[in-house]
Design a protein around this ligand. Structure first.
Ligand SMILES: [Zn+2]
Length: 129
């Protein structure tokens, strides 16, 4: 039986995910200082400075970081939903168990290493599955 994780392990990863999520949420609110992203962007636009190019670059980096955090938060929420559904620890693509070491370093991982690297190379799943 291609089983997922033991209940004890699911609890362990749920705790890891919730801690990571709380840390990210803290980071976001500290970073944005409690303001909405739109207000934050507007403020950056209005800042005076004599190096407009550098300011634009800073703003890009700033918003990109915020976007990346948002993506990770979404992944964490998805992983938590998979724990509830009893699917956590199984690859979303091939259904094989994801290596525990991988989950420990990236508890929000939804795919096994093979599927993730295949995805990063932009190749479709083999049709023979
Ligand atoms: Zn897989």
């Amino acid at each position: 039986m291609n089983h997922g994780l033991l209940p004890r392990q699911q609890q362990e990863f749920r705790a890891l995910l919730l801690a990571r999520r709380a840390a990210l949420a803290d980071q976001r609110s500290a970073h944005l200082d409690g303001r909405s992203r739109v207000e934050h962007a507007r403020e950056l636009l209005l800042q005076d400075g004599d190096d407009a190019t550098q300011r634009d670059a800073d703003r890009e980096v700033d918003l990109a970081r915020t976007d990346r955090d948002a993506v990770e938060l979404a992944e964490i929420d998805q992983a938590l939903a998979r724990i509830d559904a009893g699917q956590y620890g199984l690859c979303a693509d091939c259904g094989e168990a994801i290596a525990l070491a991988r989950l420990r370093s990236a508890p929000q991982a939804l795919r096994c290493v093979d599927c993730e690297s295949r995805r990063e190379r932009g190749q479709p799943r083999p049709a023979s599955l």
